[in-house]
Every structure is written in C-alpha cells, then in structure tokens.
Design a protein around this ligand. Structure first.
Ligand SMILES: NC(=O)C1=CN([C@@H]2O[C@H](COP(=O)(O)OP(=O)(O)OC[C@H]3O[C@@H](n4cnc5c(N)ncnc54)[C@H](OP(=O)(O)O)[C@@H]3O)[C@@H](O)[C@H]2O)C=CC1
Ligand SMILES: O=CCS(=O)(=O)O
Length: 251
C-alpha cells in the first residue's frame, strides 16, 4: 500500500486527510505536537490501515531529521508528503501585534515546512514516479487583507517554494502542488484568536465555509492523479466567499 506522511494530523485538514487516505487503504505517518490526539486517531484507524504516529514540532529541525532518519521498515517508501501543519496568529493591524506572533508563524509555516521537506526529499526521490509533495498554502498567499500581514507572506513563500522545488525535482518523478484553501471551518480561527470560541463561531456563522473534509478530498485527488500530471496550484474557496474591492483612504 502507498504511504502518506501528513503533518498537523491532530486537527482540521490534516486529520480529515488522514481519514480520507485511510479509507483507500493507504499506510499513514501522522505527526503533530498533541500526542493524545495522535493516539486517538491511531486507535480510530488501527485495524483498517498501518499507522505510525510521531509526536513532532515541525519547528525543531533536528527532531524532524532524526524522526525521518529513524522511520522503520514499512514506512520508508513514502509516496505523498502533505505539508499541512501551520497556523495564523494576531488578526489585528500589523502595527498592533506582538513580534513573537510573527516569529511563530514564520517558524511554523516557513521554517517548519522547509524542515520537513528537506528531511523527506531523499525518501520521496527514492520513491520516484508518482510521489508528491502537497503543500497547504492559502488564499492569503495571493490576496492581501487587513490583518493578514505575516500569515499571508508565509503562504506566499509556500507557493513560490513549491514552484522552485519543481524546477529542481525535474526528472525525479516527484510532483509538487500548492493547495490554497479559502475560509474553512477547523480549529484555525480558535488558534488565530488564542482560544476565542465566540469569535470563531461568529466567523463561520450565517455562511457556508469549506469543511476539513472538502480539502481532504482535494488532497487525496491530487495525490492519486496519474503520475504524468502535476497540478501546480489549486485554489479552493467556498462559493459564498469572494473578493472585496480596493479601499481608498480619503480626507
Ligand atoms: N482553516 C482555514 O481557513 C485555512 C487553513 N489553511 C492552512 O491549513 C493548514 C491546516 O490548518 P487547519 O486544519 O485549518 O487548522 P487546525 O488548527 O485545525 O490544524 C492545524 C494543525 O497544525 C498543527 N501544527 C501547528 N503548529 C505545529 C507545529 N509547530 N508543529 C507541528 N504541528 C503543528 C496542529 O497540531 P498540534 O497543535 O497538535 O501540533 C494541527 O494539527 C495550515 O497550514 C493553515 O494555515 C489554509 C487556508 C485556509
Ligand atoms: O488561510 C486561511 C484562510 S484566510 O483566513 O486567510 O482567508
């Protein structure tokens, strides 16, 4: 059975993707910091598919490299890496936020994604044709909005990093795709607001956001395309989300 490694499998898109791959029998390497959630997911899926859980903070380059180096037999020929772990913080104007929150977003969404990718490239190249890296970007990487500041910039990095990887991976058979979702109802806003459940509920109420399973389906679709097809970027919004016009500062 093919193997998918998913970062950030304890919640949202990552957990839904794990369930989607498991439904088709894929073996899974599931990572995240909250080991109790990893254990719960492993218990849910065990008996159906092979699961290896790794309690891992993607920001820790040495721990990531060690974990990949120590992958046991049966989990080394990875077919799909889903670089999903990430977060937004500080939904306020740039001039009002804590520098530490900017660093956390850069350390997780940029450095963490780079750490995992660097460690996994030899494994994916060894797998060769049909292997893929699926990076979870965001509409925020393409479209600016108030309070997006560093979050959007990290996702712009994700997009460009993927394109540049494709150049270097020419001839290896390894594909790279940026899936950029719009508004999706996960724990994303709870994290962004540092635990404000009412703010999270308000954002998703009265409309029809994407659900984690919608993005999981896109991830699985991209991972299982014929090996000669590479989707470079897939931007996915709820039908009820669209753009705002430019705004003008007036006297
Ligand atoms: N929801 C949305 O509207 C959108 C989200 N995205 C992106 O999708 C991805 C998944 O987010 P989503 O599912 O919505 O949010 P969730 O908060 O539900 O899930 C985020 C996941 O990332 C993991 N994670 C965060 N920081 C780290 C870290 N330092 N090391 C390891 N794992 C980490 C969390 O695990 P744990 O805390 O256990 O470590 C969790 O499993 C993110 O990259 C996000 O930016 C993109 C567009 C839209
Ligand atoms: O990446 C998340 C979607 S949004 O909050 O930036 O629109």
């Amino acid at each position: 059975m093919p193997i998918a490694m998913i970062t950030g499998a304890t919640s949202g898109f990552g957990r839904a993707a794990a369930r989607r791959f498991a439904a088709d029998g894929w073996s899974l390497i599931l990572t995240g910091r909250r080991s109790e959630r990893l254990e719960a997911l492993e218990q849910e899926l065990e008996g159906k598919v092979e699961v290896l859980t790794l309690t891992l903070d993607v920001r820790d380059a040495e721990a990531v490299a060690r974990a990949v180096e120590a992958l046991p037999a049966g989990f080394r020929e990875v077919t799909c890496l889903v670089n999903n772990a990430g977060l937004a913080l500080a939904p306020k104007p740039a001039q009002e936020v804590d520098l530490a929150d900017w660093h956390t977003m850069i350390d997780t969404n940029v450095t963490g994604l780079v750490n995992v990718t660097h460690a996994m490239l030899p494994r994916l190249i060894a797998t060769g044709a049909g292997a893929s890296i699926i990076n979870i970007g965001s509409v925020a990487g393409s479209w600016p909005y108030p309070g997006g500041h560093v979050y959007g910039a990290t996702k712009a990095f994700v997009e460009q990093f993927g394109y540049n990887l494709r150049c270097d991976l020419k001839g290896t058979g390894v594909r790279v795709t940026d899936i950029s979702p719009g508004m999706a109802e996960t724990e994303f806003t709870l994290v962004r607001t540092k635990g404000d459940q009412a703010a999270s509920d308000a954002l998703y109420s009265g409309t029809t956001p994407l659900q984690a399973e919608d993005i999981a389906e896109q991830i699985f679709h991209v991972a299982t395309l014929p090996e000669h097809i590479n989707i470079n970027r897939l931007e996915v919004m709820p039908t009820r989300q669209t753009w705002s016009p430019f705004t003008i500062d007036r006297d």
